[in-house]
Design a protein around this ligand. Sequence first.
Ligand SMILES: *Cc1c(COP(=O)(O)O)cnc(C)c1O
Length: 239
Amino acid sequence: MADKQNEVNQVQMRIEHAAQAVARNPAEITLVAVSKTKPIEDLVAAYEAGIRHFGENRAEELAEKAQALQHLTDIHWHFIGHLQSRQSKPVADYAECFHAVDRVKIAERLSQQLQERERTLAVYIEVNISGEENKGGFTGVDWENNAEQRAVLQEAVQTIMALPHLKILGLMTMAPFRAPEAEIRSIFQRLRGLSVWLNQALPTLNAHGLSMGMSGDFEIGIAEGATCVRVGSAIFGGR
Ligand SMILES: *Cc1c(COP(=O)(O)O)cnc(C)c1O
């Protein structure tokens, strides 16, 4: 049986404990269950266990799953991966939140498609803090010392802010896989610092959300201020 109640309860308890440890309200942290590559029955099991936010990272797969589960009208779909322009339609059609805006162009394209559909999309701006080449996002590897990196990000965010049908929630990053805890913590702290700086530089932005933390590091993310965690294998098992 594809019962997921234990896994979901475990993750929810870990979120609560991590929040309480730093005197945060767990209710301000959204758990996105990352269901990429998993079959529909696993998503249904997670839904039955209380999950309402699902994360996918392939546009076609998002469309298939959103169509198959359209009778579950309180599901919220998140698109968490890099999005190629020619694959943006399913995101405009189905996603409520896109976590990986990594260039102005994709935001402009989505805004246009959302207009046609009379939909809005919440977005996080992805920033590469760790400097790993296989990670996406705007470069923020040296944002504290590099005015150019700050200027590029600020200008992009300013442009995206002005686009209709998109609502910027905040910033997203990924820490290196299996890095020492201190290194992961530092990356999440630095994303939070960048968010503080950006909101000061753009006072009308008002986007304090932080999408940071996966199965291996979401407790660190919560300790450092995550408002959204993206948890796959701890709920659905390995891929
Ligand atoms: C796959 C993925 C996750 C979930 O990873 P797990 O380690 O399985 O929890 C989170 N965020 C992004 C962007 C991903 O691609």
